[in-house]
Structure formats: C-alpha cells, structure tokens
Design a protein around this ligand. Structure first.
Ligand code: CU
Length: 261
C-alpha cells in the first residue's frame, strides 16, 4: 500500500495506491461531477529560520529542530497555523476577526513566517475539492493529512507527469490542473479521513460539506501540528450550529501573543 514513488495513475502489480481502491458504497453523485463548487489548492512546506532571526531578544518563536539541524516551522499556503485564544464553536464572538487569515486574506506585513489562525470558509452543502501539494520535498517523507468531521473521497494521487519537472509546487500543480493533467478518477473512489501525500506529489480529495462547524484539517505528525501544519475549514455559519447551552463553561487567552517578525 501507498508506494513512495506515487505512481498511481497506471496499473501496476507491485503496489496498490489508496486511489486505486474501490468503494463498497455508492458515492454522492455531486462528488463525481466534473466541476466541484469549491476548489482549494493547499501547498505545504517548511520554513527554515536563520538563527539570527530566530533568537532575537525578547521574542519566543516556536520551532522544531529537524534531524538535519534546521530550525523549522510549517506553512500551509504560506501560513503557519496559530490556535485561536478561545474555542471557536462556543465563543466565536470573543475572537478578534483579525486573528483569522487564509491565502486570499493575509495580514499586512505578515512576513515569511506568517502566523495566524488559518481558516477557510465553505458554504454548507458545497462540493469541495482539495488539492494537497507536497512542497516539503523530503525524500521518503509522506505527510498524513487528516480531516475532522468528514470522510472524503480520494479522487487522485500522483506526481508530475512532466519528467523535466524535478520538484512539484503550487504553480506547477495549478498548471497541470489547467491542462487537465492532474490525475482524477471517478470510479467508486475510496472514502478515507486520512491520506498520505506522497513526497514530491499531490492528492486530490473531495467531500460534500454537509456537516456544519469548525473542522481541523492537519498533518497527523504531532511534531508538525505544533509548528503549524494545520488549518480550519469553517463549514456554514454559526446559524447552522445548535446554540451554545446556557451556562456552558468559557475560557480565554492564556498565552501572550507570539510576536511576528
Ligand atoms: Cu507533516
């Protein structure tokens, strides 16, 4: 299962890709229609600090020391996820709207280590397609992305068919998509809630956003979660959620804000 070479768009006898499994259940027809309602490209990579930037006086930047010795954080669509200071489901109105960001809405002067609560808004019941693109490019490292609140259909897994392209990135994935070269197959795609994105490759997944709320979507390596390889999909609005029970416990900010360089 899950061959590291991500050769998933051809028949092979030595391995099985998740995208080649067949679902035993019928699939929502909307998921199998050619055009989804919402298409989201999510490239992810590491950002490597220079020591002189990381260890500024009076700052505390979180980081992970990789086996190579690099001091890194994670970026999804150029944003490193920060948790909100209060729970979104029960205290949404306590959170400063400026806390939230996404690829189309970055804080001004956010810099190369942009930290905010990455949130993408999705209309209730939309057919959503997510294309994860591995820009980490660490050989033999496949990031296992997990979505809360849903099972999703794995529509395609692959690498660039262009052998002159040594490293995939967002720009190239968008170009492949425009040219119809991102691998997608619609014959009983399997349902998963976690998928390993092959090194130097991509995954195309889809789901119907019929479960309202705030759903974390993240790499499941714990040490990647704590350096920001997460985001929130907000499906629907607060009006789609049941009211917060009276007297429900509340909590607030317990950490000083992390200064952004
Ligand atoms: Cu990861």
């Amino acid at each position: 299962m899950n061959p590291l070479d991500a050769q998933c768009n051809r028949q092979r006898n030595d391995a099985i890709c998740v995208s080649q499994l067949k679902n035993a259940l019928e699939i929502d027809r909307g998921i199998l229609s050619e055009k989804p309602d919402v298409k989201i490209f999510l490239p992810f990579r590491f950002f490597v600090y220079r020591a002189e930037d990381l260890f500024q006086p009076n700052t505390y930047n979180r980081f992970l020391v990789a086996p190579t010795g690099d001091h890194v954080i994670s970026l999804i669509d150029e944003i490193s996820y920060l948790s909100a200071p209060a729970p979104l489901t029960s205290q949404y109105n306590d959170i400063n709207p400026e806390q939230f960001c996404n690829g189309d809405n970055r804080p001004a002067d956010c810099g190369p280590n942009c930290m905010c609560t990455h949130k993408i808004d999705i209309p209730l019941n939309a057919i959503v397609e997510v294309v994860l693109v591995d820009e980490v490019q660490q050989p033999n490292l496949s990031h296992p992305f997990h979505l809360h609140g849903y099972g999703f259909s794995v529509i395609g897994i692959g690498r660039s068919p262009d052998s002159s392209v040594k490293k995939i990135n967002l720009k190239h994935a968008l170009d492949l998509d425009r040219r119809g070269l991102l691998h997608r197959q619609y014959n009983l795609p399997p349902t998963k809630d976690t998928i390993a994105v092959p090194n130097n490759g991509y995954v195309v997944l889809r789901f119907r956003a019929d479960n309202p709320g705030f759903w974390l979507f993240h790499c499941h390596f714990l040490f990647h979660i704590v350096i920001g390889m997460n985001l929130i999909l907000q499906v629907g609005t607060n009006a789609d959620l049941p009211p917060v029970p009276p007297g429900f416990p509340t909590c607030g900010d317990h950490t000083p804000p992390i200064p952004i360089n």
